[in-house]
Design a protein around this ligand. Structure first.
Ligand SMILES: [Fe+2]
Ligand SMILES: [Fe+2]
Length: 317
């Protein structure tokens, strides 16, 4: 009797509702690629080419490096780009898992869509590690990346969930913008690096939709005061990332000196930091902050969320 009762309740307990999550799941399953298919074997980086589009790298704005040195700096920036993506994805992964964990019994498609999202970020983290190994081997000298990932993750995840979800949403829209506006049409950059960015972008497209849903569900029913506090948290995470970018800019300058054997003068160092820090700020903060889709979500949050972000955004352009 007891056994029959349990079987009854299992059979009837979980409706496979969707609410749009089915479409997201199907779309991501269609794209799903394997790491082995996009890196390794005969798919090699070409170190005679730049890796990053100039709109993000902004190396041409510097007057002192030679053409070769600008290409080397561009490659250093490319390596840092995937390194920093790996870093942020290390806090996105546990956050997404924690978000879906308490509601595993509510919507099968939603659960699967979020687990697919988490699985893809775990795969991207691994992809960027494989890339880093190949880059180090081919580049020939050390290029440091900010971290360590566990400490960055615990600092970011200490903020309230809505603040973290907004930071993640901003990162996803930022990666969409980079590919569509700067990478897709660039015919100068290395094709293998471009292929990695394209494949990453393809999977990220569904993440942006799921992040929007995370923000919507975390903000449901919150007071204006609570929304304001979440924006405070989002700005604090932005400030934390900005500190990281200052450090990364110095790491990139040291990497350029190591790779070229050149010691920059005081004036050259100042010019380097001014130009490259702003390039990093636009790449990782500004381009997401002023994305129209991100603004749409801020508008829906109400309070003065949109206005406050619009006020700080020019500093990151
Ligand atoms: Fe990713
Ligand atoms: Fe993502």
């Amino acid at each position: 009797m007891l056994g029959a009762g349990i079987i009854d309740s299992i059979t009837n307990a979980r409706p496979a509702v969707s609410g749009g999550f089915r479409d997201t799941l199907v779309a991501s399953q269609k794209v799903n690629w394997r790491i082995e298919d996009i890196i390794g074997g005969d798919k090699r980086l070409d170190f005679t080419k730049p890796f990053m589009p100039e709109a993000l790298a902004r190396v041409q704005e510097l007057s002192f490096p030679s053409a070769d040195e600008k290409r080397i700096l561009n490659q250093i920036r490319g390596n840092a780009y995937l390194g920093i993506f790996g870093l942020v994805e290390e806090f996105i992964l546990p956050f997404v898992l924690d978000h879906v964990r308490p509601t595993l019994d509510q919507d099968d498609f939603r659960v699967r869509a979020f687990l697919q999202f988490a699985g893809e970020e775990a795969k991207h983290i691994q992809l960027f590690k494989v890339f880093s190994d190949e880059f180090c081997e081919g580049f020939g000298s050390e290029c440091r990346i900010i971290g360590p990932p566990a400490e960055v993750a615990s600092a970011v995840l200490a903020h309230q969930p809505l603040a973290v979800a907004l930071a993640i949403l901003h990162i996803e829209w930022m990666s969409q913008r980079h590919y569509i506006e700067s990478i897709k049409g660039d015919i100068e950059i290395d094709l293998q690096f471009k292929s990695l960015l394209k494949n990453h972008w393809l999977e990220e497209a569904q993440h942006a939709k799921l992040d929007t849903r995370m923000v919507e569900s975390l903000s449901e029913g919150l007071s204006d005061e609570a929304i304001t506090a979440a924006i405070d948290g989002f700005l604090a995470i932005g400030g934390f990332l900005d500190e990281g970018l200052k450090q990364q800019t110095v790491f990139d300058m040291e990497a350029l000196e190591r790779a070229t054997g050149r010691t920059l003068t005081v004036e050259e160092r100042e010019a380097f930091v001014a130009t490259q820090l702003q390039a990093n700020r636009w790449t990782y903060i500004g381009s997401g902050m002023i994305h129209p889709k991100f603004k749409q979500t801020l508008d829906r949050l109400g309070s003065d969320a949109s206005k406050r972000i619009a006020e700080v955004a020019p500093a990151f352009e």
